[in-house]
Write a protein that binds this ligand. Structure first.
Ligand SMILES: Cc1ncc(C[n+]2csc(CCOP(=O)(O)OP(=O)(O)O)c2C)c(N)n1
Ligand SMILES: [Mg+2]
Length: 335
């Protein structure tokens, strides 16, 4: 495995900052009633999204969850698309027909994030199987919360991927809570990584607030998948610093627990590491932060000035019409 160079390490910082700034702007817009629907934050979890997705390369395919803003930013989504989408504007990727991160980008290898917990694992296993049948060299990656690991789809998908030795990486993001259910009430297992043994695949646990450790672990799993070694289950230990969504005041979360995790903020921690290791000067990081803030402000302005869709657009692009121009490749191979 090759070490990340300085530019790549700074890029990780940039993506984590971008992840945080876009969400902070969204909170302001939410409080002004300008976000349509819920706002699902990833405060404190940015290192997990960014560090894992950064281990992939062009051509790989991801199935993120709505809390994985950092993943889609790494995969090339623009903050402008994210902001207009959250605000249901006509200029958004779905033309204002859907909200939050419910939009895919096949050209960027992103399957639309959905809300049916666990269902992405069989979907991504299926994509990995189809890719193998088409002799395409690609790895698939998906994310699941601690709560989502209790679903039947998690078990079925992971078991199938393991038996078929599919190139799939599953990142179990253990942030301590599934809405108001704490980890101890979610599973009797000691850890989510332990569950890998039942499927006969490697399970690795990583400090989810240490972006370099997350990246190294994901990179190992991606390399294993690419080299025919099958799936890996990564458990990223992190913490949900906000409620389930912006409307949830998380009154059920013990204050001391929240306070303890506040000191482990992944972005502050990584910024300190970059400075202390001499990789970046404090004013260099401050300049990155400033530039991101200014860019995102422009995108917020664009989104605010964008119109809502007009009524006559309501039924456009809702249903597929006609026969797709390209047949699925598997059908083509038979003829
Ligand atoms: C199959 C299914 N069951 C229930 C829900 C409702 N639901 C959405 S998010 C959520 C909690 C998820 O917790 P977790 O998997 O730990 O992810 P986190 O929110 O912590 O990122 C629930 C119960 C759903 N979307 N899909
Ligand atoms: Mg959770």
């Amino acid at each position: 495995m090759t070490e990340l160079n300085r530019d790549q390490k700074l890029e990780l910082y940039r993506f984590m900052r971008l992840n945080r700034v876009v969400e902070e702007k969204l909170v302001n817009l939410y409080r002004q009633g300008k976000v349509v629907g819920g706002l699902y934050r990833s405060l404190g979890q940015e290192a997990t999204s960014v560090g894992t997705a950064y281990a992939l390369r062009q051509g790989d395919i991801v199935g993120p969850l709505i809390r994985n803003l950092g993943v889609v930013l790494v995969m090339g989504y623009s903050p402008r698309d994210v902001l207009t989408q959250y605000m249901a504007r006509a200029t958004s990727p779905s033309g204002g027909k859907d909200c939050n991160l419910h939009f895919g980008r096949p050209d960027r290898g992103v399957i639309s994030p959905i809300s049916m917990l666990g269902a992405l694992i069989p979907v991504m296993a299926g994509i990995a199987l189809a890719a193998r049948m088409q002799k395409k060299d690609l790895v698939t990656m998906t994310w699941i919360g601690d709560g989502g690991t209790s679903t039947g789809a998690f078990h079925e998908g992971l078991n199938f991927a393991a038996v078929q030795k599919l190139p799939l990486v599953v990142v179990a993001e253990n942030n301590g809570w599934a809405y108001s259910t704490p980890f101890q009430k979610q599973t009797a297992a000691r850890s989510l990584a332990d569950k890998a043994a039942a499927y006969g695949i490697p399970g690795e646990q990583v400090d989810g607030n240490d972006v370099l450790a997350v990246h190294a672990t994901a990179r190992r799993a991606v390399d294993r998948a690419r080299n025919g070694g099958g799936p890996t289950l990564i458990e990223s230990l992190t913490y949900r610093m906000k409620g389930h969504a912006e409307h949830d005041g998380q009154a059920y979360v013990p204050k001391e627990e929240l306070e303890a995790w506040r000191h482990r903020d992944p972005l502050e921690r990584y910024g300190r590491l970059l400075i202390e290791s001499g990789l970046a000067a404090a004013d260099e990081l401050a300049a990155i932060d400033r530039a991101i803030g200014e860019d995102v402000d422009k995108d917020v302005e664009f989104a605010e000035k964008s119109p809502f869709p007009s009524a006559d657009e309501a039924l456009k692009n809702v249903y597929a019409t006609g026969i797709p121009e390209t047949e699925p490749a598997i059908v083509r191979r038979r003829s």
